[in-house]
Design a protein around this ligand. Structure first.
Ligand code: NOJ
Ligand code: CA
Length: 705
């Protein structure tokens, strides 16, 4: 199938410049549907501020905007408005792959040029874009006399809340997003004491701050989510919590090496600061605000990347069944000093077995971890610079032979580059490593950044690393390589501009269930993730574990969902690459495996059928360019009954549906593998009652007859 990744205009483009609408020190715009209202004001002291209203009610109170610099006075007060321009924008663009094919980009924009009334008379522009699903705003520092370079010590953007909302948050960690979500009132956010987790000893959380996206629900049931879009050549933003004043203020990720947080020559612009607003929880998932705020596709057609499911030599190392290195010293149990495996996973023979399995089961790709030299030094080795080699296979793995075998069988080999957080070593080898991939016809790499960043004093989410992750994307594009990053920088919609940014981790993935000493991801984890982390972009969660209790490998660990929920996750959690991670033998003889064979990975459209943050969610997705639909529903630790309506199906057509649901006695802990399969005919008017067990779910495939 040919994928057109060009910026395609399919709707009207309407940009009206209304000229100057200055009204003293205050400007305002509405969202296209009139429900949201944004006000920009200068305070009596000339401080830039904004407010946001929803249906006449204030939802963000007066919030100040500003900066502190190392080499210039702060941006705080003493500003005047020079010009204000409003415009309307309405067009559409096509996602080369995604949750939906066509995305409408409809907003009203307000651009305000500001000038300092006193020396140094700097100028700054604020751009606000108000959509029906929320607000994005950014600062622009134009080229100007006497100011060539900004060394930012911090950005002081405020979000002034109008109530003590219910919040779903993870700590504002400068290194990793792999935390469990907390559900508390805003005034109960305590990131410092909630950070304890022995898997995350190396992370840096200097303030009572949260990471984004952070999602909230007001007492009146309005949903808000705070994040950022187009994080380019800048530091990631955490949000510092002021409980007394109900204010969140940006706290940029810093660098202990450099002594400032962001360095930029002028002109430059910041990422967009975003507030998604929805009357129901599901609207947050359907919102396309984050991608819309990014620049159009820069890469053109990327038909060399095909969305796919993939199997791999991976879960077995997390279970302790095999090792990454050929000397058989390194598996996930090595961390706890209880290593059990004695065999190297990535052998030529084993990779071929996986390729055969993939080819037989409509699984497009195979990931092989532990194929290259360096793993023998992985765990506990501090001087990680120069250790991993991204072109040299272990002697028992014939990379060329495996690549040839994969292409003969019509499967894609997925490359693996664990950098062990030594990005300079990786950058030295990038061209050679990607050239090798190009020669072998390999178009996807999974990257990893486990550990503290070398050089010391840098953090995963600071400007220096943001630029590294971007360099990897840009180099990947040159060699037709798509990136699935683990331990990544958060997604901020860059996939629109660089559609080779296909997926990433950036959350507690399935792997925690194999080894976390805190019991793994609880049943509420994914019903929270769907409304928080997933708002930022595709997730490489690796659903589909059938051997829920992990016997005989991990007596003390398990997956905390039912098997039916594992199926549902292929639909609920969005990613253009979805792993089929369990050991091949665990899928054998399971009729439920048919759903994984069939489920699509690229969508024409997606609809959230129901959902409440942290409780449950059901999503229906139509496979791209087909009449096939797939539905997935999941619940937290509470069993529940759902009534599903199928009015998203075409009227007048009959469909053959297969429902995979929890068995009558299913329970995530007591009886996770109890499931039933039902076949039925449904149409546009059908309604179905479905019971979901505690920690359970259901999955459905729907084909036009
Ligand atoms: C952490 C990643 O999340 C995991 O998927 C990978 O197997 C290990 N690092 C090794 O690279
Ligand atoms: Ca990880």
């Amino acid at each position: 199938m040919k994928r057109t990744a060009q910026f395609v205009l399919v709707a009207m483009v309407l940009v009206i410049m209304t000229g100057c609408i200055m009204e003293g020190n205050k400007e305002k715009i509405n969202s296209p549907n009139g429900k949201l209202l944004l006000e920009f004001m200068l305070s009596g002291k000339g401080e830039p501020t904004y407010r946001l209203h929803h249906k006449g009610e204030m939802i963000i109170d007066t919030s100040f905007l500003g900066f502190d610099f190392k080499n210039a006075p702060s941006v705080k007060d003493g500003w005047e408005i020079l010009t204000a321009r409003e415009s309307i924008h309405d067009d559409s663009w096509e996602m080369p792959w995604g949750e939906q094919k066509i995305v409408r980009n409809n907003y009203n924009e307000l651009v305000i040029e500001l000038k300092e009334t006193e020396a140094p008379h700097r100028v700054m522009t604020m751009t606000f874009r108000l959509y029906n699903d929320g607000l994005g705003f950014r600062y622009i520092f134009p080229e100007q006399e006497n100011w060539e370079e900004a060394l930012i010590m911090d950005e002081n953007t405020q979000f002034n809340l109008t109530g003590d909302h219910q919040c779903w948050w993870i700590p504002g960690d400068w290194d990793i997003y792999e935390h469990l979500y907390n559900t508390t009132k805003f005034t109960e956010i305590d990131a410092i004491s909630k950070r304890s987790n022995d898997n995350l000893a190396q992370t840096h959380i200097p303030e009572n701050a949260v990471n984004t996206p952070v999602t909230m629900r007001t007492d009146k049931g309005l949903h808000l989510s705070f994040h950022e879009a187009d994080l380019t050549d800048y530091a990631g933003m955490t949000l510092k919590i002021n409980k007394e004043k109900l204010i969140m203020q940006s706290e940029l990720v810093g660098s202990e090496r450099l002594g400032y947080k962001v360095k930029h020559s002028l002109p430059f612009k910041t990422p967009w600061r975003t507030i998604q607003v929805s009357e129901d929880a599901g609207g947050l998932i359907e919102s396309k605000l984050i991608v819309n705020l990014n620049e159009p596709n820069k890469l053109g057609d990327i038909d060399w990347f095909e969305p796919m499911k993939y199997a791999g030599i991976w879960w077995e190392m997390h279970l302790g069944k095999s090792t990454w290195d050929m000397g058989a010293t390194q598996d996930m149990n090595t961390v706890t000093g209880k290593k059990t495996s004695t065999t190297h996973g990535a052998t030529t023979e084993h990779a071929k077995e996986l390729i055969d399995f993939a080819a037989a089961n409509n699984i497009g790709g195979v990931l092989v971890e532990g194929w290259n030299t360096g793993w023998e030094h992985w765990i506990g080795f501090e001087d990680r610079e120069g250790v991993f080699d991204f072109v040299t296979p272990y002697p028992d793995y014939d990379l060329k032979e495996v690549a040839n075998y994969a292409s003969k069988k019509g499967a894609q080999l997925i490359m693996h580059h664990e950098t062990s957080a030594a990005p300079r070593t990786y950058e030295q080898q990038l061209d050679t490593a990607y050239q090798l991939m190009e020669e072998l016809g390999i178009h996807v790499v999974k990257t990893g950044y486990v550990g503290q960043i070398i050089p010391k004093g840098e953090f995963h989410h600071g400007q220096w690393m943001v630029n590294h992750y971007r360099k990897v994307l840009e180099t990947g594009a040159e060699y037709k390589v798509a990136i699935n990053a683990h331990e990544p920088i958060k997604a901020t919609g860059i996939r629109r501009t660089y559609p080779n940014a296909i997926s990433r981790e950036g959350l507690r993935g399935q792997e925690f269930n194999a080894w976390a000493s805190d019991g793994g991801n609880p049943p509420e984890h994914l019903p929270i993730v769907a409304f928080t982390r997933m708002l930022s972009g595709p997730i490489d969660y690796t659903p589909g574990i059938f051997n829920i209790k992990l016997n005989p490998y991990k007596k003390d660990n398990q997956v905390n969902t039912t098997l039916a929920q594992q199926l549902a996750l292929y639909v609920v959690i969005y990613s253009p690459i979805q792993m089929v991670p369990d050991l091949m033998e665990n899928y054998k003889g399971h009729p439920a495996f048919q759903f994984i064979r069939e489920v699509a990975v690229d969508w024409e459209t997606s609809k959230v059928l129901n959902g409440e943050v942290g409780d449950f969610v059901t999503i229906a997705r139509q496979a791209r360019d087909t009449e096939k639909w797939f539905v997935g529903g999941i619940t937290d630790e509470n069993a529940r009954d759902m009534k599903i309506a199928f009015d998203f199906l075409k009227e007048g057509k009959t469909y053959k549906a297969t429902l995979y649901k929890d068995g009558p006695d299913a329970h995530w802990d007591n009886n996770p593998t109890d499931y039933t399969i039902e076949e039925m005919e449904i149409d546009h008017n059908s309604k179905l009652n479905i019971h979901l067990a505690a920690g359970g779910g259901f999955a459905m495939s729907i084909m036009a007859e």
